[in-house]
Design a protein around this ligand. Structure first.
Ligand code: SF4
Length: 224
């Protein structure tokens, strides 16, 4: 078992089972839009409300009364207008490309091209789509994954987020089996850890299950 696999095993027993992002591409797109600047609880409340309308297919969302959509999206928190705009753009793209779900599950170059017109996804969101909704073994590196990984000693410190993400991604994938399941687990646990314990300004190293093998944690707890 690699060092990273051992660390992930420790996170799995610390946090237990974690929910995974939706498998359906359109639902995952909506989930991404609702996740920005939202807590998981608020995002899930908004998603559940959209399911009740119902507005969880591109056609159903397109037909849904604007007022009802607004009420649902507002449950995610601020930036409702930005979210509604992003949803409108996504609904339009999904309706114009009904074969999008099968394209993204096909060869990677075409899958990447098909996701390019979704600017609201960004690189990490596109990678999450490829991994969770299209079964491609690609490891998404968001800000939390990047932070936790760097503190654990993976990847180089670069002041360009994109370059740093790539370097973290390379370092992590060298220690993982190249499988969709391994990448999903790595993303879920590292990202969750970055939000729950290894927070940006005040990581809770003293309760962290990775402390014994974390250079950054050792440094921080030594000076307490
Ligand atoms: S020991 Fe501290 S810095 Fe290291 S992973 Fe845990 S919380 Fe993050």
């Amino acid at each position: 078992m690699s060092r990273l696999e051992t660390l992930l095993k420790a996170l799995r027993s610390f946090y237990g089972a974690l929910p995974t992002p939706p498998r359906d591409p359109f639902t995952l797109f909506v989930w991404e839009v609702l996740s920005v600047h939202a807590t998981p609880r608020k995002r899930d409340a908004a998603l559940a409300a959209l399911k009740r309308i119902p507005a969880m297919t591109p056609d159903a969302m397109w037909r849904a009364p604007q007022k009802k959509l607004e009420q649902c999206v507002t449950l995610a928190g601020p930036y409702a207008e930005n979210r509604l705009q992003a949803l409108r753009t996504g609904v339009d793209l999904f309706r114009r490309s009904p074969n999008l779900p099968s394209v993204i599950r096909g060869p990677l170059p075409a899958a990447r091209r098909a996701l390019k017109p979704f600017p609201q996804l960004g690189e990490t969101g596109a990678h999450r789509m490829l991994l969770f909704a299209a079964d491609h073994p690609i490891l998404p590196v968001d800000a939390r994954v990047s932070r936790v990984s760097r503190r654990l000693g993976y990847g180089d410190a670069v002041d360009n987020f994109k370059k740093q993400s790539r370097s973290v991604q390379d370092a992590l994938t060298r220690e993982l089996p190249a499988s969709v399941d391994a990448y999903r687990q790595a993303f879920l646990y590292l990202s969750h850890h970055g939000g729950a314990t290894c927070t940006e300004s005040d990581p809770h190293c003293v309760i962290c299950p990775l402390l014994a093998d974390c250079p950054e944690g050792q440094k921080r707890t030594l000076h307490r």
